[in-house]
Design a protein around this ligand. Structure first.
Ligand code: FAD
Length: 317
């Protein structure tokens, strides 16, 4: 079922999770053990992130270096198929522009369509580790809006090759990313929302947000999007902060605020367990408030901490 259909018919709060593929070499069991715990809460969807290949330098026996391309977390499409098979659930693969030609993207979409995947999240992706700014693949897309256009073309049976007549139509429901505290490259919030609106005008059906730790950021963002005419569902992305290190790391990577009350509490924590409990309590309060304010879905970034999300949901529902 498409996410938008689910939203239109659901009676209770919808729960969904995002997971990362395991690092290369690890088995699918690490994903299953992570998710088995959370299935008690009947998630409607599980998002699976996509990770671009990175250029790394490897030392040769003669001490010279060679540049090789390595994808540390492959397997998004395979994991989606495995989740759909094991849990009879909708999997939402993330599709990124970075590192992909349009042709490779089209082929990936064809694979997903054949597998019965009905939802995708269309993203630009970040700059490669060796780049300061995002550089598109020479035959790929610069912005997520171009990727949205490609998926919509496929939904209309238009393939990259002009001579494919009467091409089979896909029927993907398309999500895109939104940033309650603004995307780090954007000069201001209005410009960011202007480009978000473009993604919707080109055909995207809903927005999933970057994590935030103050609900006011999400509420203000939704209001501002509505003022700009963005009228699709805006799904809040939620993550527990569970270590002192994250207090500085998360804002620097994701351009999000860590509220001073949370920061102060965390700094007083004596051990790891205390930190997790503080993050859990904070997230629980966020969730209660979001439910009170009728957020359409609670979407959790599980990122290796399924037990924290489990505790939050057990106390919440
Ligand atoms: P875009 O919508 O293309 O926007 C990028 C920037 O360009 C913004 O500042 C925007 O305002 C601006 N912009 C957009 N269109 C134009 C235009 N036409 N002209 C000028 N400026 C423009 N990354 C991954 O690699 N893999 C993942 O699985 C992944 N999952 C994510 C899931 C969520 C929910 C979120 C919020 C992010 C995720 N990311 C992921 C990170 C994301 O790829 C980065 O934040 C990336 O920097 C921007 O992606 P985007 O799709 O928002 O890009």
């Amino acid at each position: 079922m498409k996410l938008t259909e689910h939203l239109a018919t659901a009676k209770d709060t919808i729960i969904s999770f995002e997971i990362l593929p395991p690092t290369k070499g690890k088995g699918i069991e690490s994903i299953f053990s992570h998710l088995d715990l959370l299935m008690e809460f009947n998630p409607a969807f599980i998002n699976v992130t996509y990770h671009r290949a990175e250029q790394v330098y490897k030392k040769r026996p003669d001490n010279s270096f060679e540049r090789v391309e390595i994808r540390k977390r492959p397997g998004t499409v395979g994991i989606c198929a495995a989740l759909m098979h094991r849990y009879k659930i909708e999997a939402i693969p993330h599709i990124i522009c970075g590192g992909f030609s349009k042709e490779e993207t089209e082929n990936a979409l064809i694979d997903l369509n054949f597998l019965g995947v009905r939802n995708i999240l269309a993203l630009r992706g970040d700059a490669a580790a060796n780049e300061k700014f995002f550089t598109p693949h020479p035959a790929g897309h610069r912005y997520a809006e171009d990727l949205v256009k490609q998926v919509i073309n496929l939904n209309n049976g238009q393939y990259l090759e002009d001579d494919i007549m009467d091409g089979g139509k896909t029927d993907f429901c398309i999500g895109v990313a939104g940033y309650p505290e603004k995307h780090y490259e954007s000069p201001n919030m209005d410009t960011d929302i202007y480009y978000l609106k473009k993604k919707i005008e080109y055909g995207a059906h809903y927005v999933t947000t970057q994590m935030f730790f103050r609900n006011e950021h999400y509420y203000n963002y939704v209001n501002r999007c509505r003022e700009h005419g963005v009228d699709v569902p805006i799904i809040p992305g939620l993550k527990p902060l569970t270590t002192k290190r994250q207090m500085t790391m998360i804002p620097s990577i994701f351009n999000v605020e860590v509220p001073v009350e949370l920061y102060d509490e965390m700094m007083k924590a004596k051990n790891e367990k205390d930190c997790e409990k503080i993050g859990e309590d904070w997230l629980l309060e966020q969730c209660k408030d979001l439910l009170k304010n009728k957020a359409p879905i609670l979407h959790f970034y599980t990122l290796g901490k399924p037990h924290v999300i489990y505790n939050v949901l057990k106390r919440l529902l």
